[in-house]
Design a binder for this molecule. Structure first.
Ligand code: HEM
Length: 535
């Protein structure tokens, strides 16, 4: 709602008329017919057979048969909550209007309702929440200018920078198509041919790869976006969420202990905290860079595998978010929620980040398939404001997006007969100029290893030890060419990093050989015993 209190996604206005003997709690079917017997199907005699005109039974069972929709192709496991975003009216010490005209940021204290969905990435809808995996952090802001989705992750960077590689990456990380088992060899086979993933792998195999829960993790938009002011001038921005609850990550053995008894600890933690009034909060911070290629940097500002050095590009607070209401229904709100990187409001824009542009097609495309053509008419996805379009029909159209004064015969624009009209412009358009050859090429400043090394050196001893142990554990079952390539990448990042992984792998190999030869000698002994030759 306008005051920032949570918005609910279920229910709806039904015309409340009651049939004879009916009250609010009386069971009906979806035609409004009273259900007088919900225990027995209609049969010929009480032993059957059943009859086909059992409307209530057929409706009930066939709806049940369709209860599931396809799970998200990635980020299937998630938990959600409602709340609000409160703007500071400034970005750091400057007025925010200098950089963006987006209304939600302008006034100090202004509240915008939000819905957030946290998730894991690779596991299915009921997979354990303890697995090593990035965590999704998707926020829908229901602004007065329509919806803005900030679809981020907990980690600040990503595995790849080209969207063409995304389906292959996900295939390699998901379970084997034959055995349906997760297989680190498939994952590292792909990664060993994708050096740009070295930085993300360094985070993922450290304790940062298993956040303790959803409340105590950071969030980041990862991709580079733009802010546009009233004069159409743009800057590059990156978004980050900082949890006021502090940050907590798990060691592998801690995660194993939790997983032994609980597959749902993160969802439980979030739900319980909100139920108990212990509302989680995050501060939203941005990093700003002038628009341009920045040849002075040793990385490309549009490269999502890179961090922007916070000393050069400080984290500037712009507002905070509070989550204060649990969903009333998980399916209606959390499962059917549809976030996408294309969903921006006036004053926010895309950058030329290729990964971002690939994502922007992918989200609404999958949602038309996963939820349905009219997914934006569902309460959780619809903006909390006036909507008037000339889009009509499609499966499950829930209402006609018509303005009260609109001529119902005119579902097109332009028209002189009382149809919808275009809105006035808000400010100057941002009109970047392009001139280049159309090519298929990697960016010039790929610089795949330097930041991975910096990240490694910034880890404390516990984090380094975990990283090495976790990498060795995953890589030890991989074929030698994969191991060698990964050690090469880690060495390029930092010689100590590479050496420690190599030594770990050598030790693991010796241990395995010792184990195999002792198993072989046990087997030989067993064989000898069977043959009656006791040695
Ligand atoms: C979910 C595609 C990269 C964060 C999804 C979904 C698709 C997708 C198809 C399922 C959406 C749905 O069913 O509603 C892609 C592609 C990418 C990419 C093609 C790269 C080319 C990223 C990156 C991030 C990210 C870099 C983090 C910044 C998320 C999140 C969700 C998601 C948080 C779950 C949203 C929710 O809770 O409903 N992605 N993704 N993705 N993606 Fe991406």
């Amino acid at each position: 709602n306008e005051d920032g209190t949570a918005v609910t996604g279920v229910g709806g206005s039904h015309d409340k008329r009651f049939a004879e003997g009916e009250n609010e709690n009386t069971l009906t079917n979806r035609q409004g017919h009273l259900i007088t017997d919900n225990q027995n199907v209609r049969t010929v005699g009480n032993r059957g057979p059943t009859t086909l005109e059992n409307y209530h039974f057929l409706e009930k069972i066939s709806h049940f048969d369709r209860e599931r929709i396809p799970e998200r192709v990635v980020h299937a496991r998630g938990a959600g909550a409602h709340g609000y975003f409160e703007a500071y009216g400034k970005v750091g010490d400057e007025p925010v209007s200098k950089y963006t005209r987006a209304k939600l940021f302008q006034e100090a204290g202004k509240r915008t309702p939000v819905f957030v969905r946290f998730s894991t990435v690779i596991g299915g809808a009921h997979s354990p929440e303890t697995l090593r995996d990035p965590r999704g952090f998707a926020v829908k802001f229901y602004t007065e200018d329509g919806n803005w989705d900030l679809v981020g992750n907990n980690l600040k960077i990503f595995f790849i920078r080209d969207p063409l590689k995304f389906p292959d990456m996900v295939h390699a990380f998901k379970p084997d198509p034959v055995t349906n088992l997760p297989d680190p060899e498939r994952m590292f086979d792909f990664v060993s041919q994708s050096p740009e993933a070295t930085h993300m792998i360094t985070f993922l195999f450290s304790p940062w790869g298993i956040p303790a829960n959803y409340r105590q993790m950071q969030g980041s938009g990862v991709n580079t976006y733009k802010w546009v002011n009233q004069d159409g001038e743009a800057v590059l921005v990156k978004y980050h969420w900082e949890p006021k609850q502090g940050i907590r990550n798990l060691l592998q053995k801690e995660a194993n202990q939790i997983q032994a008894t609980n597959y749902n600890h993160a969802t439980q933690d979030l739900y319980k905290a909100i139920e108990q009034g212990n509302y989680p909060e995050w501060e939203l911070l941005v990093q700003i860079m002038s628009d341009g290629e920045h040849p002075e940097l040793d990385y490309d500002p549009l490269d999502p595998t890179k961090l922007w050095d916070p000393k050069q590009f400080p984290f500037l607070p712009v507002g905070k978010m509070v989550l204060n209401k649990n969903p009333e229904n998980d399916f209606a709100e959390v499962e059917q929620a549809a976030f996408g990187t294309g969903v921006l409001v006036d004053g926010l824009d895309f950058s030329d980040d290729k990964l971002l542009q690939g994502r922007t097609f992918s989200y609404s495309d999958t949602q038309r398939y996963r939820v349905g053509t009219n997914y934006l008419q569902l309460p959780i996805n619809a903006p909390k404001k006036h909507v008037a379009t000339n889009q009509r029909g499609g499966q499950m159209e829930y209402r006609v997006d018509m303005a009260p004064g609109q001529n119902p015969h005119v579902d097109y624009e332009p028209s002189t007969l009382g149809g919808l009209t275009e809105a006035p412009k808000r400010g100057k358009d941002h009109e970047p100029y392009y001139e280049a050859r159309l090519v298929r090429q990697k960016i010039e400043r790929a610089n795949d290893f330097a930041q991975a090394g910096e990240t490694y050196r910034a880890f404390d001893e516990v984090e380094k030890n975990e990283l090495i142990a976790n990498l060795v554990d995953a890589l030890k079952i991989c074929q030698p060419q994969i191991q060698e390539k990964m050690v090469e990448y880690f060495t390029k990042a930092d010689p100590e990093y590479g050496r420690r992984v190599r030594e770990g792998l050598e030790k693991a190999k010796q241990d395995m050989q010792a184990h195999t030869s002792s198993a072989a000698s046990d087997q030989a002994m067993e064989q000898a015993e069977k043959m009656g030759h006791k040695s």
